[in-house]
Design a protein around this ligand. Structure first.
Ligand code: HEC
Length: 226
């Protein structure tokens, strides 16, 4: 038994000496790479040259139209619509004012810091269907596709609680998320978030219209139906 131990001990000692003993010594031979794909990756380093691109440089310029975060969106769809010039609608601004936070100091505000136009609501519809409908459903009834795949407790945007919620709080929910809902502030420009809030209000209205809210001609049309 002891014999085997000594054999194992000596073999172990030799293998440690072989593996570790030559660390730090210089060699003219190519290094041994145990996982070569870690060090030899098919990629370009910044500032290096390239035989692939016509200009011989591995560094590329941003694609035309790329917008850096925190700068004005050129030709923003709402730029002309901002009220009396006090708000500069920019892509991803972050000042501590109502437009950017939905709050006045610590209190959620109600109302829109930009003009609610048809264009704004249309834009909101498009953005809502892209960003929110997967969970909240196209009408906000919490029946989006993800509800079939285990995302639990999605808020129903037609709830009285959310109807009564100040506009600023909905804006803030989009910006910062809530519990299992992630934050969409980093992905959705500020004005687009307001456009979505306007569309959420439109959806809520669409599910709670009273006959008296309709134009008279429409009222008659509904009244004549059995
Ligand atoms: C990945 C799924 C998902 C997406 C996408 C999503 N939400 Fe939510 N949302 C939720 C869940 C889940 C809740 C419930 C969170 C809680 O209170 O636990 C919620 C809650 C809310 C609430 C209620 C917040 C409160 O205070 O009770 C609002 C309003 C809301 N979402 C709006 C939106 C809007 C607008 C968008 C699109 C920008 C959006 N959500 C995108 C999952 C999602």
């Amino acid at each position: 038994m002891l014999r085997y131990f000594f054999i194992a001990f000596i073999l172990g000692g030799i293998s440690i000496a072989v593996l570790a003993g030559f660390r730090g010594t210089h060699s003219a031979l190519p290094e041994i790479q145990i996982f070569p794909d870690m060090k030899q990756q098919p990629r370009y380093d910044a500032q290096h040259e390239s035989t692939f691109f016509a200009d011989g440089s591995a560094s590329r310029r941003p694609v035309a139209g790329t917008i850096p975060l925190g700068y004005t969106l050129p030709g923003s769809f709402l730029q002309a619509g901002a009220k009396n010039g006090t708000i500069q609608p920019t892509g991803f601004t972050n000042e501590p004012n109502y437009y950017n936070t939905g709050k006045f100091a610590d209190v959620y505000g109600d109302g829109f810091p930009l003009d609610v136009t048809e264009a704004l609501v249309k834009r909101g519809q498009e953005r809502f269907n892209i960003n929110c409908a997967v969970c909240h459903g196209k009408v906000g009834l919490a029946n989006g596709i993800t509800s079939q795949f285990g995302i639990a407790a999605i808020a129903n945007l037609q709830d009285d609680r959310i109807r009564a919620m100040p506009d600023g709080q909905i804006f803030s929910t989009i910006t910062n998320g809530k519990n299992t809902m992630g934050a969409y502030g980093p992905n959705i420009a500020v004005e687009d978030r307001w456009a979505i809030v306007a569309y959420v209000r439109t959806l809520q209205k669409s599910q709670s219209v009273k006959l008296a809210d309709l134009p008279e001609a429409k009222q008659k049309e509904f009244q004549s139906k059995p």
